[in-house]
Design a protein around this ligand. Sequence first.
Ligand code: MF3
Ligand code: CO
Length: 254
Amino acid sequence: MIKSKTKREIEIMKEGGKILAGVLDSVIKKVKPGITTGELNEYAEELIDRSGGTASFKNYDAPWAPHPYPAALCISVNDEVVHGIPSERILKDGDIVGLDCGLEYKGLFTDMARTVAVGKVSKEAYKLIDTTQDALMAGIEALAPGIKLSEISKIIQDKVEKAGFSAVKQLVGHGVGYKAHEDPQIPNYVGGSFPEVILKSGMCLAIEPMVNVGGWEIETLEDGWTIVTKDGSLSGHFEHTVAITDEGYEILTQ
Ligand code: MF3
Ligand code: CO
């Protein structure tokens, strides 16, 4: 069952989403060659501590992982798709870095991610970043009550494949609000065995294309969390939390 949020709940998620977007923006300003992913996470934790919210990824217990997630931010560099764990790793000129963060605010959850360049990156890396963001925004712009979720998945997949890239299949976007992850699952491609959902006003969704330069296949590293591309190609990730409204949609994480 997909429970719609009330107007009041969506207002609170919008407040939380605004805080979250501010945190991510501030963290992104610190992304430069020489900084470590651990330092970026510490900065995010400080900002979140002062924000009135809490970091929803920290200590998140996923059924598939051997231990709870240890940080506020997921930081995924180059061929890392998502769920990279902050560490002593030093970012260098030419890297791309995915930053993913979740916030619980007044009991409600929002979730967002962006991928950014460290210094100057390859043409292909810029194209990957732009394509992933464009795919997310094209999917979002089509949201409205009565639309099938698979239509959104198709728009995202088409954008990605037209650019010559691949949408990851094993990981999906999700409902969000009362918990960090709720139904429905939101694939970034069509053809899986995902239940169809007709969008309704009040649904809150975290849409998050994960896009690989090479093939769509992924693997999990020995740390139990970090997901990488199987072929070692670069990967990008963008995510927004959105609400379906009577008129169409509203982006909550901005
Ligand atoms: N945005 C990702 C997701 O929705 C990040 C989850 S990381 C975790 O799955 F730590 F919370 F698991
Ligand atoms: Co998410």
